[in-house]
Design a protein. Structure first.
Length: 349
């Protein structure tokens, strides 16, 4: 039997090119399996082979999405692929967005099935879970073996147009689809059984998992603003002109710290937004629309607040992983506490 033809998409890191310093690597087509593709090949056995691997830097893809996607579609079509596999991306935000985009576009425009793998908190999950199959993975490459073992069988099923079972059977994240089927026991019995397990402290699996969100207790209100030191923090991407810290337009991996001591306002031309996903025209024309330094400076002069902190912090919220945002918050919070800041005004787009 002729082997199924698989095309694999990976980023610059898994291709062995480099890390963040090589994230602007242009898309390229390589023959055969590369990096994690070797593990996939072992899982395929004689049933399929990776005929080509497409490599692209995470920043290059996300900052040139339309152009890069068009090139990738052309390569996949030319390879006469039976299925496309992307990643797995684990909890890497920009990589996840790239994998989700490639998979959904290949399926929608070429009619070729696709599968990728991500950690549940990867921003690519919420963006693409209803558009492509996403195998649930651990949050780091330590889960590569487990991810590959689940991705390969699903890819083969998709390539052969076989029936795809429920998410709990195949290992992919729920896609929001509802399909009727018959259970062995009626709902009331299953509910009582789950309740008894819970009451006895035993493990049980709900049939309707609820989302889990962090609960953050609000800090007490400031008693005297006129003596308070106020800082500005934004996820709207306001940075000095030229974006010297190269904060990504999507799925940011870093934040910037910038000085506004002595500035009454943020001048257009000196400041701009690095944020993707919204029209930057107004933010670039008047950066104070996103980071209200002018308003805070007026309040400082009027004595409404004690002092505007000399430094502000900026990152991009567009597609940024929750884990990354938490890491940024911890570091920014530590710096603000060390500087004696009493309150923070957090702005978005």
């Amino acid at each position: 039997m002729e082997k199924l033809r698989v095309v694999h998409y990976i980023n610059q890191f898994y291709a062995g090119i480099g890390g963040e310093e090589k994230a602007d690597t242009p898309a390229e087509l390589r023959t055969g399996a590369v990096g994690p593709g070797l593990a996939l090949t072992a899982q395929f056995g004689e049933r399929a082979e990776i005929v080509a691997t497409i490599v692209c830097g995470d920043s290059r893809f996300n900052e040139n999405m339309e152009e890069t996607t068009a090139q990738i579609l052309a390569w996949v079509a030319a390879q006469r692929a039976d299925v496309l596999i992307a990643g797995p991306a684990f909890n890497a935000g920009r990589y996840g967005v790239a994998c989700g985009t490639v998979c959904s576009e290949v399926t929608e425009k070429l009619g070729i099935p696709a599968v990728t793998g991500m950690y549940v908190e990867n921003p690519g999950v919420d963006m693409y879970r209803d558009k492509t199959y996403i195998i649930s993975t651990k949050n780091s490459a330590a889960g590569m073996r487990d991810a590959v073992k689940k991705m390969a069988p699903l890819a083969l099923k998709l390539a052969l147009h076989e029936r795809i079972g429920a998410s709990v059977e195949e290992g992919y994240l729920p896609r929001g689809e509802r399909v009727n089927f018959f259970e062995k026991e009626r709902g009331s019995l299953r509910a009582v059984e789950m309740l008894l397990r819970k009451l006895h402290g035993e493990t049980f699996e709900t049939e309707y998992p609820m989302p889990s969100f962090d609960r953050v207790a609000p800090s007490p209100a400031l008693k005297d603003l006129s003596h308070a030191k106020i800082a500005l923090v934004t996820s709207g991407g306001i940075v000095p002109h030229g974006n010297p810290d190269r904060i990504e337009a999507s799925s940011a991996s870093r934040f910037g710290e910038y000085c506004i001591a002595g500035l009454d306002t943020l001048q257009s031309g000196d400041w701009e937004t690095a944020h993707g996903g919204y029209d930057p025209v107004y933010a670039n024309a008047d950066p104070n629309c996103v980071l209200p330094a002018d308003a805070l400076r007026r309040l400082e002069k009027e004595g409404v607040i004690g002092k505007l902190h000399d430094l502000f912090y900026s990152t991009v919220g567009n597609g940024t992983a929750v884990a990354s945002a938490k890491k940024f918050a911890q570091e920014i919070g530590r710096r603000l506490l060390d500087s004696g800041v009493d309150a923070v005004l957090l702005t978005s787009t």
